[in-house]
Structures are given as C-alpha cells and as structure tokens.
Design a binder for this molecule. Sequence first.
Ligand code: F1P
Length: 345
Amino acid sequence: FDCMRGRLMANKGLVKVGGIREYVDQLANAKRIIIIACGTSLHAGMVAKYLFEEVCRVTVEVEYASEFRYRNPVIRDGDVVIAISQSGETADTLVAIEKAKEMGAIILGICNVVGSSIPRTSHAGAYTHAGAEIGVASTKAFTAQLTVLYLIALQIAKEKGTMENERFRRILNELDSIPKKVQKILDNSYIAQSLASLYLDAKSMIYLGRGYNFPIALEGALKMKEISYIHAEGYPAAEMKHGPIALIDDEMPVMFIATKDATYEKIVSNIQEVKARKGKVIAIVTEGDDAVKNLADHVIEIPEVDEILTPLLSVIPLQLFAYYTGVLRGCNVDQPRNLAKSVTV
Ligand code: F1P
C-alpha cells in the first residue's frame, strides 16, 4: 500500500489533493461500497465485491455506470463510491461519478491514464500504472486494477481486523509471487494458441465460473467477443441449468474456470453435466489437477495460489485464447471493429 502513496492522484484543486490512503478511515467505516465501471473495469469491480465482502466484511454493490447514470440510485451517508476506468475518460463512468458526487458520495478513482478526467474529478484515488495499453480491448490494465483492489482490501482488512493475521501475511507473500507465476503462464502460451486453432470456427462459446472466477468467466467471454467476434457468454456455473444448458451440443465449446477452491467440487459436477451432453470442455485448472484433466477435452494449467488471488492468474489464459483466436481468424486484435479505447459518448 505504501508504494501507492507516491502515485497518488493530484486533484487539480477541484476537491482535495490526496490518495486513497487518506480515505482509509472512510473505507474502513463505510456502510456500503458502491463500485461503478464499464466493460473490463466492471469485471475487476465484480472481483472486488467478492474480495471486500470476504476479507473486509463490508456490503458492496457493483453497478454498470451506463445504467447507474440513468437510475435514481440511493446514496446514504457513509457510502463510498469506487470508480474504475482504464482510460479515465469513459463518458458513462464520468456522468455516473458526477451523479454520485452531487448526492454527497466520496469518490475514489482507479485509473490508468495519468491526468485523465476521472482522476481529476475524484476526491482521491490510485493510478494503476500498467503502461500504455496498445490494444483497444483492456488486458494488462485489468490485472493492474485487480492488484490495486487487493491492496485496498488488505488495508481495510488490517484497519478493521477482519482478516486472520496468518492469512494476511500469506496473501501478502503470495502477491509477491504473482509476477513469476504470470510469467510461467505466458511461457506456456503455446497451449492457448493450439486450442485457438482447434476452435476458431466456433459459432458461439460459453464461459462458466463460480465465486472469484465468475467475473473471470464474464471477462473471458468479453475478450473473445471483442477480439475475435465470436459470440461468447459468461455465466455463473450454477446458472447453466437455468437456461444456457439448452445450448450445449457437440459443437459448443464450454470454457470452465475450474481451479482448486471452495467451489471446486461443484464445478467438477458442472463439467460432468456438460460432458453428458457432448459439449467440448476446455478447463483452466490448478497445476497437477488430474481429476479435471481426465474429464475435460483440454486443460490449461495455472500455478496454485490462494483462492482470492486466483483471478490474477486465471484471466491470462483466457486473454491469450481470445488473442490467438482473433489472430488466426485474421482479425485486427489491436483495433477491433466498432470499439474505441475511450468511449466518450
Ligand atoms: C471501458 C471499456 C473497456 C473495453 C473497451 C471499451 O473502458 O468497456 O473495458 O475493453 O475498450 O471500454 P475504461 O472505462 O476501462 O477505459
């Protein structure tokens, strides 16, 4: 958290100069945290909901900024709004911030582009410093947003004493090990590449995950749509039986995020349900998981990590799978049709 101190957002005199550190008390005492964002940034916010609720014991609502702005939301004393945006210019998020601000909310921004509009209009915040995103579809900014959200969650948990000391220390250590583990996944990119060559003609794909990996299923599907123009939908794995299961046949690739966590057994039974309907299963699994290997058509292994940190790793094979699928289909993966880096209208 200290390392963020040097990277605080100067507020250009609109409200206060300062960083999230100066709002730790408000965050720790918040009755409710409302996260507003769009697209990939919204998915980072959804991971934060699971995280803040588990380790900080605070109520969290995640809102599409593009809807929040048109609703009549209730903001109460003690609510803190966190706005997440790679570009810092997304019009829907900016308008939603103005609305929340008018209603008296404290706004904390998490943005990548230094000096962009959202940092300037927020009370405080943190830059993700992910470097310039070359592609329009957000990828490394997502990982950086998650990292900032983990640091905030740990700081609140420390203030509130809501996390057991030993786990707190373990998570901090594991955060240090993330870059090496990410590198290992990148070194195995050829697996995502060969899977892409098998499924590049798919008409549609389903992505399923539970818990911390549910937002990752949404993000994997979004990347596939954005970069390769293949229709893909993400669902909570348990929702499959409430509708999407009707789509499954021997031509439907189903991507499971099936890492070893609290929901593992349930995910395994979801995989069995898909296999029983002849769906093609690709699974992101924890290294050494032979049970899912024996069930699925293909697996991509990722290193073991505490379940709350899994999204930092599990998203990467999905980004690579979408990327290679797009490349093999001849799409312009950096500049997909109809998409803009900053959606300013
Ligand atoms: C939000 C977003 C991106 C997406 C695309 C369009 O942008 O939906 O997640 O990849 O570029 O905009 P931002 O508010 O995070 O800049």
